[in-house]
Write a protein that binds this ligand. Structure first.
Ligand code: HAM
Length: 346
């Protein structure tokens, strides 16, 4: 049977087990990137094929592993110069906490069942935690006063959450607690988090701890934590930094200048400067007309006179000045033009 993977965590756990990585290292850090597929209703930022990059850490139950991953996401966002984002955090507790919280939630919701949407009425019985995630207005109203899981977390889960917040604060990661956050995947235990932009609904990244999944998939009991960033959503937030590769037009006057000039031009090209050459024979006036028509700002001219002096004539068509540039300084001169333009663009 073939299936399109909706996410990579389960597959990474399978690979971790198949290669018995737990026998080689106490802590294993893995990362991945690639396309994922979900039968979602397509809309802005929600696709049926999308790309994720993700990371998973196996073998550690310290909350500092959770913090390490959140700090990595934070660094990535800073590097991409994304602003106004916040990590929404919650704990869904360990098995014991989940059972206790689920029954408390069921008790609370059973008394208010009539106001819940059809789906949530079913969720109360099958997977009550997912009611917290419902976006239907009537359900949201009922959930306003719902007991928070923080009220019943066991001491281990509570301590885990408190210890996780300390390194986040110290690393100036913006986060807030969201008591409704349960995540759309059921394998999570304790920490869950999502990265939201500007109070928006959809998350750019999500993750959490899943201390039971390795055992559930047939392996030993090994704690794990991970995240995935949605690349499509991240790309939608990023404004590409445009570094223009400036166009420099080169014209030759006469065969002799052309033969000699081509060698110099190709040397300059190999240092990464983009030169546009035109080998058509014209007089200077017509060359400049062509340059004007093509909107060229920078023009280099090599005629017999220049060749004998071992210089190019540089003309700035926009600013209306010209100067002679010696062959040996041409590369540096053009790099200077490019850098000046990059600085101007910034
Ligand atoms: P997830 O929250 O389902 O988590 O997905 C992670 C990210 O993938 C989302 O925050 C979002 O940016 C992007 N994404 C999800 N669905 C779509 C979609 N239909 N169109 C565009 N982007 C989408 C996971 O997948 C977990 N495996 C993360 C994880 C790793 N938990 C532990 N380890």
């Amino acid at each position: 049977m073939l299936a399109l993977r909706p996410e990579a965590t389960a597959g990474v756990v399978r690979a971790y087990l198949e290669h018995q990585m737990y026998t080689k290292k106490k802590i294993t850090r893995l990362y991945y990137s690639g396309p994922m597929f979900r039968y979602d209703r397509p809309q802005k930022g929600r696709y049926r094929q999308f790309y994720q990059i993700g990371a998973e850490i196996f073998g550690g139950d310290s909350p500092y592993f959770d913090a390490e991953l959140i700090i990595i996401i934070d660094r990535i966002l800073r590097q991409f110069k994304v602003k106004q984002y916040i990590f929404e955090m919650n704990s869904v507790g360990c098995d014991g906490c989940k059972v206790r919280y689920s029954s408390k939630l069921q008790e609370y919701l059973n008394q208010r069942q009539d106001g819940l949407c059809q789906d949530c009425q079913v969720r109360i019985k099958n997977n009550v935690l997912r009611v917290l995630d419902c976006k239907v207005v009537s359900c949201k109203q009922i959930l306003e006063n719902v007991p928070a899981i923080q009220e019943i977390l066991c001491s281990v889960c509570k301590k885990h959450q408190e210890m996780l917040y300390q390194p986040l604060e110290r690393n100036k990661v913006q986060f807030m607690e969201n008591k409704y956050l349960v995540r759309g995947l059921d394998y999570y235990t304790m920490t869950v988090f999502e990265l939201k932009i500007n109070g928006g609904e959809s998350a750019v990244a999500g993750g959490g701890r899943y201390n039971n999944l390795v055992a559930e998939l047939g392996g030993p009991s090994i704690p794990a934590v991970g995240f995935a960033i949605g690349m499509d959503r991240l790309c939608n937030l990023v404004t590409p930094e445009i570094k223009r590769n400036i166009d420099i037009f080169v014209f030759f006057l006469g065969q002799n200048a052309m033969q000699n000039g081509i060698t110099i031009i190709n040397e300059v090209r190999s240092s990464g400067i983009r030169l546009i050459t035109d080998y058509t024979e014209r007089n200077l006036k017509n060359h400049l007309k062509v340059a004007n028509r093509e909107g060229a700002e920078h023009v280099l001219i090599l005629g017999e006179d220049e060749l004998s002096k071992q210089v190019f004539l540089y003309k700035n068509m926009k600013k209306g000045y010209q100067k002679q540039v010696e062959f040996e300084h041409l590369s540096n001169f053009l790099k200077g033009l490019k850098n000046a333009e990059d600085t101007y663009m910034r």
